[in-house]
Design a protein around this ligand. Structure first.
Ligand code: M6R
Length: 368
């Protein structure tokens, strides 16, 4: 049942190329238009949307952070991302022109469910992004985009996350199509880029052995920092969450630009700092990231840099390099998170922890 793997989590990490491909299947008409099966919101209702609020918890929340970048870029509609557990307690501003997007792999998370119930009392439309057919959150939503990850057994979300990202990109492109934004022309191109992602993810997986070696060198580590910028920032947060959940070690993700505003005080000799470097096409972003890496290294950090193939800019400042396929910045989370999943899974295994059932955690959190 684990296909020869030691853990469901590892099996699920390796299923990601297929899960992403399945989540992209059948989304286009023969004429090349995007078509989302259970959209159920009319084009007019979507054209009336003037604000999107994404609500989710944990890993799904990080998918929401990436969605904000994609939706705002392709549609120019403002997006807020909010932790479901905080949402209804702050008297959020909602009305019929607000689209609330609930992201939940299980579809049963109580915090998220209560948040969408609140949104609906305020007449907002609710769209669920969910991996579990017929679960409560999609049943109580106006529309659904189902991800096709297949059942996710490991408590730590992996293929659930990647397929949520795919659904978020599809939603962003669909909104661009319906609203006729100037990025509408890019839809075809982005769909092709998305369709190439399963192969890119596979290439990262083919190199798993080098990540496992890296994990081996970190079994005594008690603390790890993760840095990212732009779409790499949620990846940093997700990498840190995976380490906390599975290896029970202190791990924190930061937006690299925030370092100098405090967190850099944490850096001391030998501290591993994992850096998600933006693609070279985004030079300004990339260069800023490089200076952040230099800063922590000058203070003794051991830098592990996730860098796209062919970018040698970073080499002088990296103690270790993990190569990523060359992809556009908005899609980079789909490949950049994979080494971080492998790293956490392997480190926890080497430390003797139960990877599929980490202590104190449940697969779906049905209490608020
Ligand atoms: O089923 P959901 O997507 O609503 O779950 C949300 C979080 O509980 C979940 O992502 C959690 O953070 C995972 N254990 C992360 O690996």
């Amino acid at each position: 049942e684990k296909d020869g793997h030691d853990w469901f989590m590892r099996k699920e990490i390796f299923e990601q190329p297929r899960a992403v491909a399945d989540s992209l299947l059948g989304r286009r008409t023969p004429e090349g238009h995007l078509h989302l099966d259970e959209m159920r919101l009319s084009d007019q209702e979507l054209r009336d949307v003037d604000k999107v609020i994404i609500i989710a918890c944990g890993t799904s929340f990080y998918a929401g952070m990436v969605a904000k970048y994609a939706i705002e870029h392709w549609t120019r509609v403002p997006v807020e991302v909010e932790l479901a557990s905080e949402f209804r307690y702050r008297d959020p501003i909602l009305d019929y022109s607000t689209l609330v997007v609930a992201i939940s792999q299980s579809g049963e998370t109580a915090d998220t469910l209560q948040a969408i119930r609140h949104a609906r009392t305020q007449r907002s439309k609710v769209l669920a992004i969910c991996n579990t057919n017929g679960s409560t959150i999609p049943r109580e939503s106006d529309a659904v985009i189902y991800t096709h990850a297949g059942p996710e057994i490991g408590v730590a979300s992996t293929k659930g996350f990647l397929t949520q990202l795919v659904a978020c990109y599809l939603l962003a492109l669909y909104l661009a199509q319906v609203k006729g934004t100037r990025y509408g022309d890019e839809i075809d191109e982005v769909m092709h880029q998305l369709e190439a992602m399963p192969d890119h993810i596979q290439r990262v997986l083919d190199d798993a052995a080098s990540i496992y070696d890296m994990a081996e060198a970190h079994v005594d580590t008690r603390s790890v920092l993760f840095l990212g910028r732009h779409a790499g920032y949620p990846v940093a947060l997700e990498g840190a969450l995976k380490l906390k959940e599975l290896a029970y070690i202190h791990a924190e993700g930061f937006a690299a630009g925030e370092l100098k505003h405090g967190p850099i005080a944490l850096v001391e000799s030998g501290l591993p700092v994992l850096c998600v470097v933006p693609p070279a096409g985004r030079d300004q972003l990339r260069d800023k990231m490089v200076s952040g890496i230099q800063e922590v290294r000058a203070r003794g950090a051991r830098t592990i840099c996730l860098v796209e193939d062919g970018d040698d800019h970073i080499t002088p400042y990296a103690d270790e390099i993990v190569r990523l396929p060359r992809v556009p910045v908005l899609l980079q989370p789909l490949v950049a998170v994979v080494p971080l999943q492998l790293f956490a899974c392997q480190l926890a295994t080497l430390m003797g922890h139960d990877v599929d059932q980490p202590r104190n955690l449940a697969k779906s959190v049905t209490v608020e």
